[in-house]
Ligand binder design. Sequence first.
Ligand code: KIV
Length: 269
Amino acid sequence: MGKLTAPVIASRKVRDGGVPLVMVTAYDAPSARISATAGADILLVGDSLAMVVLGYEDTLQVTVADMCHHTAAVTRAKPGCHIAADMPWMSYHVSPEETVRNAARLIRAGAHSIKLEGGRKRLPMVDRILAAEIPVMGHIGLTPQSFHAIGGFKVQATESEHARKLVQAAKALAHAGCYALVVEGVPDRVAEMVTEAVDIPTIGIGAGPYCDGQVLVYHDLLGIEDRIVPKFVRRYADLKTVSVAAVAAFAADVRSGAFPSEAESYHLR
Ligand code: KIV
C-alpha cells in the first residue's frame, strides 16, 4: 500500500502545509492501474459503480457482493494507492452487527478503509466499525444514497441553518474518529467552513476549491460517461469519442476486408 495509510491521510490538511489529496474512483484492474500510474493518492471503489459500470439508474441497486467483487479487482492490480470502498445502501442501516460484518467483507476483499454516507445519525455505526479496527471515511452534503429522501440530486446546505448543521455533523464524525470526509454538492463557502472546522482532510466533489483534496468519478474525468455532465465535472479527455471512432474503424476494416492484414495473420511454415 505504500505510505498512504488512513492515519497518514488523516494528517493531510492543506492549512498544515499538506499537498491536496487526489482521489479517483476505480472499479476494476485497468482503471486502478491507470490512476495509480498517474499518481492518484486514493482509489475509491465507489457505489457509483452502479451507474457508470453496471448500467443501473442510481446507486441504490448495488450490493455488498457487487462492491466486494469490484474491490477485489482493484486490489488485484496492486495499485500501491490507498483503497477505500463504499458501503452500499442498506449495508449499514439495519444493525451494528450486520454493519461490521459488511465492512469486514470489504476489507477482506482488499479495501484499506470503508466510506459511508450520512451525518450524526451514522455515529453509532461509525463507532462500531472503528471498534473493529476498520478506518472510516465519512461522506456528507449531497449523499446520493438518500436521493429519494432529500428529493433528488440537489445542492445541499444552501441556507445558513443547514450549513451550520453540516458543520456540526462534520465535527461529530471527525470527533468519532473518521480519518477523512467527502463533502459533496455544497456551496464552496460551506465546504470551506467544514474544512476549517475539522482537523481531518475534506475531499470535495462539487464543493469548490476550499477542501483538502478533490475526487472525481473516473468515467466523468475521462469523458467515457457523457450522458449527464454535472457542472463540477472537468473532462480531461474525450475517451468516448476516441473509442467510438476506434471501434467504427475496426468495423469498417472488417467489412471491407482490410483487417486482418498478412502481417496480422499466422502462416504455415
Ligand atoms: O460513489 C462515488 O463515486 C462517490 C464519489 C462521488 C465520492 O461516492
